[in-house]
Design a binder for this molecule. Sequence first.
Ligand SMILES: NC(=O)c1ccc[n+]([C@@H]2O[C@H](COP(=O)([O-])OP(=O)(O)OC[C@H]3O[C@@H](n4cnc5c(N)ncnc54)[C@H](OP(=O)(O)O)[C@@H]3O)[C@@H](O)[C@H]2O)c1
Length: 262
Amino acid sequence: MDASQMFKLTGKIAIVTGGKGLYGSPISEGLAEAGATVVVASRNGAECETYADKLRNRGLKAIGMSLDLGDDESINGFVKTVTERFGRIDILVNNAVTRDGYGDLPDMTRERLSHTLDINVNGTLLLTRAVSAQMQEQGEGSIINISSIQGVMAPHFPYYEEGQSSPVGYTFEKWGMIGFTKWLAAFYGKDNIRANCISPGGFDPELETQKPDFYRTYKEHTPLGKWPEKDDIKGPVVFLASEASRYVTGTNLVMDGGFTIW
Ligand SMILES: NC(=O)c1ccc[n+]([C@@H]2O[C@H](COP(=O)([O-])OP(=O)(O)OC[C@H]3O[C@@H](n4cnc5c(N)ncnc54)[C@H](OP(=O)(O)O)[C@@H]3O)[C@@H](O)[C@H]2O)c1
């Protein structure tokens, strides 16, 4: 296969959970630019549709739909609707995250932990269960999980400003996302379903003004000497979604400007 064709996603159907958010929007955009039809999904279906409309105005293929990872009916109804409408699901990007209930361990209660874990862990696993059943029927598929640098390291607490932290549940979930990816790759390899993970570095354009000391320290710690730009996630996600990575499964691609190498 010609390498220039390998990155094309023409005719592919992709789901991006949280696909209108900070990292979700360039993920949705990148997949659509590569030729996929993208289903932008989260609880606020109207906002997803507004974002999808922006992509359609550029001649790209996208729709917005409502999906609540905290609700089984919503998950199963969503997968059924997508499958009926498009006939298949080629790419699933598990990107959505809730930060409700996050905090440091001393502040945790069973109730707070249950809330976030139910959405970020149970919801992600149950959506993946429903989508992978469809992918099994098709005999192919690519699942991309979004972890974080917090999935390969511990938080640099000394870098944080007063009142800033990195939640204990987030570290637990993001390390788990990489293990979950390997489990999926091992279990579904026989069905020609690949599963890979991307662990991006911190990304929040507002931090430069809101937490200037943290922003500067983080940048200085990064070998490439800068924070990621909005489009930096597109290459890794299109690579892992496409034929370009067809013999790659179970891996974790760290996209952090080198932040975690030292
Ligand atoms: N930003 C960073 O610094 C950073 C760094 C490394 C990794 N990441 C990872 O990148 C991914 C996206 O993070 P982000 O910073 O871009 O987050 P974000 O902008 O806050 O977006 C999160 C998305 O998740 C959706 N969501 C929340 N609860 C949901 C639920 N119950 N069901 C379905 N969707 C739900 C939200 O939409 P609704 O409110 O409409 O549901 C929102 O679109 C996450 O996996 C995160 O861990 C982020």
